[in-house]
Design a protein around this ligand. Structure first.
Ligand SMILES: [Zn+2]
Length: 263
């Protein structure tokens, strides 16, 4: 196999790890939405008063579930980031915890699970307000996992101008980034980037161990991207560190350069 062919095989394995994260995440996000729905529907709170902070019993049950979900996502992310690259496990885990623009993976995930808590709070409050059955509530959560604010139950409830849940009051626009935003999308982008980044870094560590002096970046897709075009097809010294992936969803790949290659 040529170096390019090898790098493409490695890229496909990396993308398969990312996809595994996405599939796992979808199941997790749905499972916990159902568990939170069960709590809400059993709570006997007047629908126009419902929030996850209505009383200490609800709050504790909800916070425990959210924290359990967060730990599960951390565990899956770390497992898929390290994958079979056990030799570099400590370095990869340190890389996951590094600061990028003022925060790291763990801080960002915590912020996104906070968003998820608000999102599900708004959805179940909406279901209680319009009297949707628990089964219908859960089915719609599954269907609209990527676009919760387009959930018909949510949309119908916002017309009532009732309720205390934050996203219900703001009609889903509290994040200021559009109605199609969702915790699922945010966590998926974060997790996939973290896993892809770990895989690229492992490749970099291997090149270093094999005595490479640098690497060449290659475009892995024809998606228009100036940043990826600028870095592709040129030499990067190992001392530059691992610059790939350049951004979430970057599928550029790299091939090693050895001293003998340039003499
Ligand atoms: Zn790229």
């Amino acid at each position: 196999m040529t170096a390019v062919e090898q790098a493409k095989v490695y890229l496909r394995q990396r993308l398969s790890a990312e996809l595994s994260f996405q599939n796992n995440l979808e199941t997790i996000i749905e499972d916990y939405a159902y568990k939170l729905t069960d709590i809400a529907y059993a709570a006997n709170v007047p629908p126009n008063m419902f929030t996850f902070d209505y009383n200490d019993t609800i709050k504790k049950a909800v916070d425990d579930l959210i924290s359990e979900m967060e730990q599960l996502i951390i565990s899956i992310t770390e497992t898929l980031a390290v994958a079979t690259h056990k030799d570099n496990k400590d370095k990869i885990l340190a890389r996951i915890g590094r600061d990028i623009s003022g925060d790291n993976f763990y801080g960002r995930l915590n912020s996104h699970t906070g968003t998820y808590r608000k999102e599900i709070e708004g959805l179940v409050a909406a279901g209680l307000l319009i009297g949707a059955s628990k089964a219908k509530m859960k089915a719609s959560m599954k269907q609209y996992v990527r676009t919760p604010y387009l959930n018909p139950i949510f949309k119908e409830a916002t017309k009532l101008n009732q309720g205390k849940a934050e996203v219900l009051v703001s009609k889903g626009l509290h994040l200021g980034v559009g109605i199609s935003n969702s915790a699922f999308n945010s966590i998926n982008t974060l997790g996939r980037y973290t896993i892809g980044d770990a895989w690229m870094y492992d490749g970099y560590l291997d090149m270093d161990a094999q005595g490479a002096i640098g690497y060449i970046g290659h475009r892995g897709s024809s998606f228009p991207c100036q940043e990826c075009d600028d870095e592709a097809n040129r030499f990067h010294s190992l001392s530059e560190g691992m610059i790939y992936p350049l951004h979430p969803n970057c599928v550029c790949y790299i091939t090693p350069v050895f001293r003998n290659d340039i003499i």
